[in-house]
Design a protein around this ligand. Structure first.
Ligand code: ADP
Length: 829
């Protein structure tokens, strides 16, 4: 027998007694505790305790108050209790088991037992249940039980709705989870798994791992934050893409990765010599720079600016410096650049935002100390949103670039180890603050001799290798090269020469392949001949060109193959015909003076000289353009003579300075004439016309002053100037000669035009003395302080002129001296 004590609120004790047979279930609760499910039979009230151990008590039996079960109220309440219990079962199947047990063991059914059972079924609190237990009026007890059951029903309903909500949520998430898993599997199957968030994170972390050491703490922090952010973003959202791209850039920069610098001056010298001919002074400056780098331990600080006309090797020297120093090379041009974002990057929020050129450079080179060549710094544009020059300044200035802030990257990067080299055509156009921080190295251009060497030793070899022609298959004579330089490629640089040499080698390749094809009978000879004779492009030619393009040349050409010889510049047709007739196997192709035009077309230049002997009133001056130096004539003629009607008009696209200069020249010429020939009234009686040919090209500058005076005086004293003389110099009203710019360019130009005597202002003597000996070779130079000295040199005893004073008799060698380059460029005097 077991006793369960139930304490009432007034400390009275009730207990239920159960016979042992009524223990429904014994459950082992673990840890020595057992649970029993009991069925109460009747109510007892404790009246006293007889003994504590073992417990012995006295009780009194308590009975329900008598009631009539057939009463409508009881019946109705019973029915309602049963209905509520049914509802409960429907909501919570747990109750079903209890009810089945109750039905099996309750014996005869009555309202009292139903009330007790109904209350026991609920999860009501102890006091409520105690109330039911103590209630002896069955109708009331039933009512109390019904209330508890209704509450229980509501609770169950709530529980059900909570369960439903939770279930829905869970199943929604589960559905999503399953779908995602499926998607992953599909992507994996299709090889599209790359964008997966975790894969991305792993990728970025792995990439960063090798650079973590050199990565500044604040950058690591940003990367970590961004990686965390990425995890929380929807992979289809635009923000996800922005973050991913950002992380991609951040993790692919070479944080703390440097290429080991080589300061070996001997090796650098070898590399510079192997890649460039001449340029001794430029190479020397570069070696000095490397030597300083060796002593200091790093080659940064100064920014080198290579200035000179196009094609003189500025870019390739830059590449050689990188090679010599063992740095990675990166080049970008800022010509016409107006958008600051090109340098500083766009803000990340913009669609398609990109970092600036420097960040791109670091990513591309993979080292934090590359050599960066900034091309065309003199042609920097002007932006409407910020000034690119100041952005460049921030980039180049060693004081600022250790913490360069790119708008896209948004974390400072250290560019102090980057070596900057700039190139420019005209130093004067470089913005002042930028120029201040640069060390300018001038490359002025090459004279014919230098070009010959460059062509022979560098350009020809490269062109031959590029076209696949073997050295034994071709010979380009010195004469042909000389003509090429003198009459096709006269500009300061060698890029045009390089193009022409490449053109020659392409044509040679075509000839070699054609001769092979013809020999092997792959092309119908008669067809080729007929069509090429009619001047149209032949099928054969087209086929050969296609073959050349498709690389079949290599298979068609063999070292021992016979080739055609074209010694005499005959037309294609006649050469091929001759070969067919004679079928002579020929070893090599010769390109010489006579057949050069077959390869490169007709010459562009005839002569730099307009006049073989300058007529009266014509004097050669020296100018310079962004393309290098140039010789230009100043011409003066008399329009009409009228006593006291002396005047001057000028043409030739002259700028304001040059017009003023002409007026000054007119005045000075008058003064000189008055001094030399006091009786000569030429200037007061003559209407003069001064012209500077190449009328399409704008010209300006003061340094044609002395040339203009000489030209006017030549007319006044009726005497042509000395043969082969050229001059330059600004003249003041009193006749003093002031210094000019571009001495080397002008000297090179004078030599190219076959000038023997050059007149420079005295103040320029130092510039001239600094020129390499081979540039000065063969030139008679006069340095003057005053115009009267020029007068003496220019009008001294004429050489080899058989009294031929008349301007009409002077031979005009070429109608106009217009080089294809010079017309596009501004002449500075
Ligand atoms: P720039 O940058 O001054 O316009 P580049 O550097 O592009 O000229 O030079 C044009 C071409 O001429 C390059 O192929 C370069 O190798 C060649 N070149 C220029 N100067 C020399 C030189 N002194 N020796 C050998 N090749 C040269």
């Amino acid at each position: 027998m077991r006793v369960i004590w139930v304490h009432g609120p007034d400390q009275s004790h009730y207990f239920c007694v159960s016979q042992i047979t009524n223990v429904f279930r014994a459950v082992d609760g673990g840890e020595g505790v057992s649970q029993f499910l009991l069925m109460g039979h009747r109510r007892l009230r404790l009246t006293g305790v007889v003994e504590d151990d073992p417990l012995s008590v006295t009780v009194e039996h308590v009975k329900d108050k008598p009631y009539d079960g057939s009463q409508d109220v009881i019946k109705a309440t019973v029915m309602e209790v049963v209905t509520t219990m049914k509802d409960l079962i429907r909501l919570n199947p747990l109750y079903k088991e209890h009810i089945q047990l109750f039905i099996q063991h309750m014996g005869e059914f009555n309202a009292s037992k139903l009330a007790d059972f109904g209350a026991a079924l609920t999860t009501a609190d102890e006091p409520s249940l105690q109330e039911v237990l103590e209630e002896l009026d069955v109708t009331k007890r039933l009512y109390m039980t019904l209330t508890l059951l209704k509450k229980e029903l509501e609770l169950s309903k709530l529980q059900a709705s909570i369960a439903r909500g939770v279930e829905e949520k869970i199943s929604g998430e589960q559905r999503r989870f399953f779908l995602m898993e499926q998607l992953k599997a599909i992507k994996k199957e299709l090889g599209l798994e790359t964008d997966d968030k975790t894969a991305l994170t792993v990728k970025f972390r792995e990439r960063l791992e090798s650079r973590r050491q050199g990565c500044p703490a604040h950058v690591l922090q940003v990367i970590d934050d961004e990686l965390n952010k990425l995890q929380g973003l929807e992979s289809s959202s635009s923000e996800f893409n922005v973050t991913r791209n950002y992380l991609d850039w951040l993790t692919s920069l070479p944080w703390g990765q440097y290429s080991e610098e080589n300061f070996d001056v001997g090796r650098a010298q070898e590399i510079l010599d192997a890649e460039h001919y001449g340029l001794a002074d430029v190479k020397e400056r570069i070696l000095e720079f490397i030597a300083v780098g060796k002593l200091r331990g790093s080659a940064q600080g100064k920014i080198i600016c290579l200035a000179g006309p196009p094609g003189v090797g500025k870019t390739s020297i830059g590449r050689s410096i990188a090679h010599a120093l063992n740095r990675q090379f990166y080049r970008f041009s800022v010509g016409g650049l107006g958008d600051v974002a090109e340098i500083k990057g766009h803000r990340r929020t913009y669609v398609g935002a990109m970092p600036g050129k420097m960040v791109q450079c670091l990513k591309a080179t993979g080292t934090a100390n590359p050599l960066v060549l900034i091309d065309e710094i003199d042609k920097l544009g002007r932006g409407h949103t910020g000034d690119p020059a100041s952005a460049l300044l921030e980039l180049l200035d060693p004081e600022q670039n250790a913490n360069f802030l790119d708008h896209y990257l948004d974390v400072p990067i250290d560019l102090s180890k980057v070596l900057f080299v700039c190139t420019a055509n005209v130093v004067e156009s470089i913005p002042g603050p930028l120029l201040d921080r640069m060390e300018v190295i001038r490359l002025v251009g090459y004279i014919t001799d230098e070009k010959m060497h460059i062509a022979r030793d560098y350009l020809e070899r490269a062109a031959r290798e590029g076209s696949g022609v073997k050295p034994e298959q071709v010979e380009v004579t010195d004469g042909a090269l000389h003509t090429l330089i003198e009459t096709y490629c006269r500009e300061a640089g060698v890029r045009n020469l390089q193009k022409h040499i490449e053109k020659i080698y392409r044509k040679i390749a075509l000839k070699l392949v054609r001769s092979d094809l013809l020999k092997n009978g792959k092309i119908n000879n008669s067809n080729v001949l007929a069509e090429s004779a009619s001047g149209t492009e032949s099928n054969g030619e087209r086929i050969i060109e296609e073959l050349l393009d498709s690389g079949e040349v290599a298979t068609l050409k063999s070292t021992d193959s016979a080739t055609t010889l074209s010694e005499d510049g005959e037309s294609e047709t006649s050469k091929v015909t001759k070969k067919n007739e004679e079928s002579t196997p020929i070893e090599a192709l010769y390109v010489d003076d006579s057949n050069l035009a077959d390869y490169v077309g007709n010459p562009v230049f005839q002569s730099d000289r307009l006049y073989d002997q300058t007529p009266l009133g014509v004097v050669m001056g020296l100018a310079w353009t962004a393309m290098g130096g140039s010789t230009l004539y100043v011409e003066t003629r008399v329009i009409e003579q009228n006593a006291g009607k002396g005047s001057l008009q000028m043409t030739g696209q002259l700028g304001d300075v040059m017009k003023e200069s002409a007026t000054i020249a007119h005045t000075v010429a008058r003064a000189i004439l008055r001094e030399k020939q006091p009786d000569n009234s030429f200037f007061s009686d003559s209407r003069l016309h001064l012209h500077v040919p190449a009328g399409a090209t704008p010209k300006d500058g003061p340094s044609a002053g002395c040339t203009m005076i000489t030209s006017m005086l030549s007319l006044a004293i009726d005497k042509p100037v000395r043969r082969d003389v050229a001059m330059t110099g600004e003249v003041t009203l009193t006749g003093r000669v002031l210094p000019i710019g571009g001495v080397k360019e002008k000297t090179v130009a004078a030599r190219r035009s076959g000038v023997k005597v050059v007149i420079f202002p005295s103040a320029n003597q130092r510039d001239f003395d600094e020129l390499p000996a081979h540039v000065k070779e063969g030139i008679e130079v006069h340095f003057v302080d005053n115009y009267s000295e020029i007068f003496d040199i220019a009008f001294c005893e004429r050489q080899s002129q058989a009294g031929d004073n008349s301007p009409q008799a002077a031979e005009v060698v070429q109608s106009v001296d217009v080089s294809p380059m010079s017309v596009k460029h501004f002449y500075s005097f």
